[in-house]
Design a protein. Structure first.
Length: 264
């Protein structure tokens, strides 16, 4: 039975870098994203470069009907998914009450509900087999409240805590669960979210997607519960535990307002 790593949000950024890092290690892939043309090109390139089998499925994971269709296909196939990488996610900036509800709902559906459903379905199959790994992608934003990024930060806090809880629940079944919490990363994510990171240009805090993927692979090899790429990012993740919550909210709000509300 063929074995695969399934990567969501694989058409760009950290998802693409993770897919390449896995292909480099000889892993067969199932790539999932909305952009068919991009996926087709990426699948062909990775298969040619690394000699692995790369399948792709076009799916908008924020649409429950499409997600159900994907899961049904996987259940009916003979694909054995030994690694699930839940990377797909979106960010949304600005004052919460001024955002279109449809945009907020999409963020919730994609960042939390789709990830949870994939963990339930594919993680359940892994547990029944007695082996497998899950890597959920959260963010440095998971460690503190984020005014003007309230929905995004809350969704990533959910991913962090959900993953840590699931890790304990599945430990006895032979399934490992890790959560990746990258800081600012050079990718299209911030541009798509309408955020301006010019103030961080050249900062050593900002890693490339390839660096994040490499450190994620090392963390997976060691079966780490929480993978935070870069010592600077790890330091920042600890600060909210040391500062009063009121001060954490104030600092986070000021930084997010400045970054999110200035046009790129």
């Amino acid at each position: 039975m063929p074995r695969y790593a399934l990567v969501t949000g694989a058409s760009s950024g950290i998802g693409l870098a993770l897919a390449e890092a896995l292909a480099r290690r000889g892993r067969n892939l199932i790539l999932v994203a909305r952009q068919r043309d991009a996926l087709e090109s990426i699948a062909y390139e990775l298969a040619q470069r690394f000699g692995v089998e790369v399948l792709f499925r076009t799916c908008d994971l924020a649409q429950p009907i499409q997600l159900s269709g994907l899961l049904h296909e996987l259940e009916q196939s003979d694909y054995l998914i030994e690694l699930l990488v839940n990377n797909a996610g979106i960010g949304q900036h600005g004052a919460f009450i001024e955002q279109d509800w449809s945009d907020v709902q999409r963020l919730v559906e994609l960042n939390m509900l789709a990830l949870t459903r994939l963990c339930h379905a594919i993680g359940g199959a892994m547990a029944r087999r007695g082996q497998g790994q899950i890597l959920n992608v959260a963010s440095l934003a998971a460690f503190q409240p984020g005014p003007w990024l309230s929905s995004y930060c809350a969704s990533k806090a959910y991913v962090l805590h959900f993953s840590e809880g699931l890790r304990v629940e599945l430990a006895s079944s032979g399934v490992g669960v890790s959560v990746l919490c990258p800081g600012p990363t050079r990718s299209a994510f911030f541009r798509k979210a309408g955020m301006n990171l010019n103030n961080l240009a050249g900062s050593k805090l900002v890693l490339s997607a390839e660096e994040v993927a490499l450190l994620a692979m090392r963390g997976l090899d060691k079966n780490r519960a929480v993978i935070i790429p870069g010592w600077r990012t790890r330091l920042l993740s600890r600060l909210p535990r040391l500062l009063p919550r009121s001060l954490t909210r104030l600092i986070s709000g000021r930084l997010n307002r400045r970054v999110a509300l200035n046009p790129p």
